[in-house]
Design a protein around this ligand. Structure first.
Ligand SMILES: C[S@@+](CC[C@H](N)C(=O)[O-])C[C@H]1O[C@@H](n2cnc3c(N)ncnc32)[C@H](O)[C@@H]1O
Length: 342
């Protein structure tokens, strides 16, 4: 089941992610990935022959597969990757149709032109704190919650998620909810507005929880939603919740299995856990919607599991009735909304 079609901003999120795909192709051509993958090869073996770390190779090969440049087979132990007929035809030196140098020339010259254009219009490089993605060094979640994630959540994510949540029959509409890693708080605000018998807690890092508290106060909902500042991995997140919602937060957990156990224990028996995260998909077209945005995170060692691995982890934690549906009109890429019961 999937909720709605893509957001009108989708082509523009894609534009922002296109440099990741272009960089991946440039890496592949520079390191002769297509020459090395003439036979179906696993990521570990490819890593060896390409001089990469196994995790690096896996993330790169999966991204190239989603771009139609590799074919992926299901091997017995791990997926196998082989140069696709398209890459064979256009990106191999030995081919009569080789366009490898042509593409790299255009790539480099358009990159230079883009920089020249920015210089001509005196566009400065955003080098201040607000310009950094918060998951890179120097970035701040609280600044992002106030500005960028604030916009994303209030204008795109919260309306999309509310549309999906209100269609879930099992969603508790009274009692206590927790928005774990809730950022600026607009989803918690929307939830409290929609269901007047729900009271909530928003948990996030202390500086970010303060931003949420301001937004909740501005929305006139301080009596129904409280905020709790802390670290999910080390601090108490409360207990006896009827509903826990967690959107795009697990990527940042060093030990996602332990975070899930904590979530499980914080629910009352029978309570509902709704998670919405980008999960890696099995078909190339779906993977192509997600990987340009999430491959850099994988390369930083962040948690971006496959949908199957996520469902297994939920089950191993003790959650029951786990199921996923897709929400397509979210910022950047579709999210998989999973619903589970303690
Ligand atoms: C990508 S944002 C998602 C925010 C919000 N859930 C949304 O969907 O818009 C990730 C959030 O997780 C929070 N976060 C990351 N690591 C955390 C940790 N260890 N403890 C508490 N919150 C954390 C960040 O502060 C941030 O608000």
């Amino acid at each position: 089941m999937s909720f709605l079609s893509a957001h009108p901003l989708q082509p523009f999120w894609n534009l922002a992610a296109a440099p990741i795909q272009a960089t991946a192709l440039n890496i592949a051509l520079t390191r002769d990935v297509f020459g090395h993958l003439q036979q179906p090869t696993g990521a570990a073996e490819a890593a060896d022959s390409l001089g990469l770390e196994p995790g690096q190779a896996e993330a790169l090969l999966e991204l190239l597969w989603s771009m139609g440049l590799l074919t992926r087979y299901h091997g017995t132990a791990e997926p196998l990757f082989q140069t696709s007929s398209l890459a064979q035809q256009y990106f191999m030196e030995s081919s009569d149709h080789n366009c490898r140098e042509a593409w790299q020339f255009r790539y480099a010259s358009l990159q230079r032109s883009s920089q020249l254009m920015a210089d001509q219009f005196q566009l400065s490089n955003p080098d201040d704190e607000a310009g950094h993605a918060p998951f890179t060094a120097g970035g701040s979640w609280a600044t992002a919650a106030r500005v960028q994630i604030g916009q994303e959540q209030s204008i795109v994510a919260a309306p999309a998620l509310m549309q999906a949540l209100t269609q879930l029959e099992e969603l508790p509409t009274q009692g206590r909810f927790l928005d774990l890693g809730g950022g600026p708080g607009f989803l918690a605000i929307a939830l409290a507005r929609q269901f007047s018998a729900l009271r909530g807690t928003l948990f996030d890092l202390p500086d970010t929880a303060e931003v949420a508290a301001e937004n909740i106060r501005d929305a006139g909902l301080s009596s129904r939603i409280c905020t709790l500042g802390g670290n999910i991995e080390t601090d108490d997140i409360g207990s006896d919740y009827d509903l826990i919602i967690c959107v795009s937060v697990m990527h940042f957990m060093a030990a996602p299995d332990l975070a899930l156990k904590k979530i499980f224990q914080a629910l009352r028996p029978g309570g509902i856990f709704v998670s919405a995260h980008a999960l890696r998909q099995n078909d190339a077209a779906s993977a192509a919607e997600i990987l340009p945005f999430y491959t850099p995170m994988r390369l930083q060692g962040r948690f971006v599991p496959t949908q199957a691995d996520w469902l297994t982890l939920l089950e191993q934690t003790g959650f029951r009735h786990n199921r996923c549906s897709e929400v397509r009109n979210t910022p950047m890429a579709p999210l998989q909304l999973s619903l589970s019961q303690r």
